[in-house]
Design a binder for this molecule. Structure first.
Ligand code: K1U
Ligand code: ZN
Length: 169
């Protein structure tokens, strides 16, 4: 396993649309292992492959609390089969937009289809933080960042702040 570099705004790679995976094989599992290690190291609760520069429709996630056992999850070629009409706001963050947090409103429940670490098809309902996080990560697969839902002024300020952080580092 290896740590990979997490791309940050305004890197144009983050705007790419990721491509479907043909097969869940050992090479893909190695990528998912690296992504999980990178996410834990950051630390974060989710990560899409495009955030480490790989334009494949792959997401890793772990929503376990700090005192809980690790609970890694893997989503390959995820699709949303259904989304609730009810929406809820949540204060989101993103490892590609470090130190910026703002409220985004999304469907409160979704039904998902995806392939797991073994390449098996799973259909699952998501609500709460799981629903927020999977929708945030699936946006990454379309080249969409949570700041794209904010006003232009807030988005421009967020990108300027991240650029300033990078210059200071
Ligand atoms: O960059 C990412 O996509 C990961 C992002 C996921 C996310 C967080 C909140 C709402 C929606 C999606 C993060 O993990 S940001 C960091 C974070 O939330 C966190 C970090 C350490 C402990 C707990 C949370
Ligand atoms: Zn993100």
């Amino acid at each position: 396993m290896a740590l990979r570099e997490i791309l940050v705004v305004p890197d144009p790679v983050l705007k790419q649309v990721s491509q479907p995976v043909d097969k869940v094989d050992d090479d893909l599992r190695a990528l998912m292992d690296d992504m999980l290690e990178t996410m834990y190291d950051a630390p974060g609760i989710g990560l899409a492959a495009i955030q480490v520069g790989v334009a494949k429709r792959v997401i890793v996630m772990d929503l376990a609390g700090p005192d809980e056992e690790k609970a890694p999850r893997y989503f390959v070629n995820p699709e949303i089969l259904w989304a609730s009409e009810e929406t809820l706001p949540y204060e989101e963050g993103c490892l590609s937009v470090p130190e910026i947090f703002d409220e985004v409103e999304r469907p409160s429940q979704v039904k998902l289809k995806y392939l797991n670490y073994q390449g098996e098809e799973v259909i699952e309902d998501a609500e709460g933080l799981f629903a927020v996080c999977i929708q945030h990560e699936m946006d990454h697969l379309e080249g969409v960042l949570f700041i794209d839902y904010l006003s232009r002024l807030k988005r421009d300020r967020a990108v300027a702040k991240v650029k300033k952080q990078a210059r200071a580092a």
